[in-house]
Design a protein. Sequence first.
Lengths: 115, 115
Amino acid sequence: EAGVAQSPRYKIIEKRQSVAFWCNPISGHATLYWYQQILGQGPKLLIQFQNNGVVDDSQLPKDRFSAERLKGVDSTLKIQPAKLEDSAVYLCASSLGGTGIYEQYFGPGTRLTVT
Amino acid sequence: AQKITQTQPGMFVQEKEAVTLDCTYDTSDPSYGLFWYKQPSSGEMIFLIYQGSYDQQNATEGRYSLNFQKARKSANLVISASQLGDSAMYFCAMRAPYNNNDMRFGAGTRLTVKP
């Protein structure tokens, strides 16, 4: 079974530039998550999708971050414009949907450096 | 509100010995799940073990076991017979269906296994 795929693995941009990350979840997983992990901290949820609908985006800085999950499969996370404090690893995860408590499976992450 | 606390920023253990990583949590939800993830230096989050709030027995997975003390709201991870490859960051996390099923992570504990 293929795992969660993410690209790119690394990205270096200058502040005020734009960047986009891509995630392909495990086949059949209805729920998709984007996390931000700043160095030395645990992951922080940015947005959660159930199929192609947003369940929770309360911690997403909506003035600069946006995410979509068209067709309920792949997802993209965009930052526009980037700030220095956006330097972090962006993790995508997926899990089976529904009301059960399921473990999340994570992708390898995208390490973003904003200079 | 949900909260996960890991009070040990770093731990050292001798190879082949057992080690306990602490985790306490706070939630008002009656139903919740507790997870442990391992994050090696390569960055991916690897699911280790899961404990449901209604599970009567402590979860075990190979060399990993979860010491679940519900009244104390603690969910410590025990790694037996430590191996050099166990050196990594370890994160405790919690999900509660009534709280949007968000996964909340602790700050992590860095485990170093000494030869």
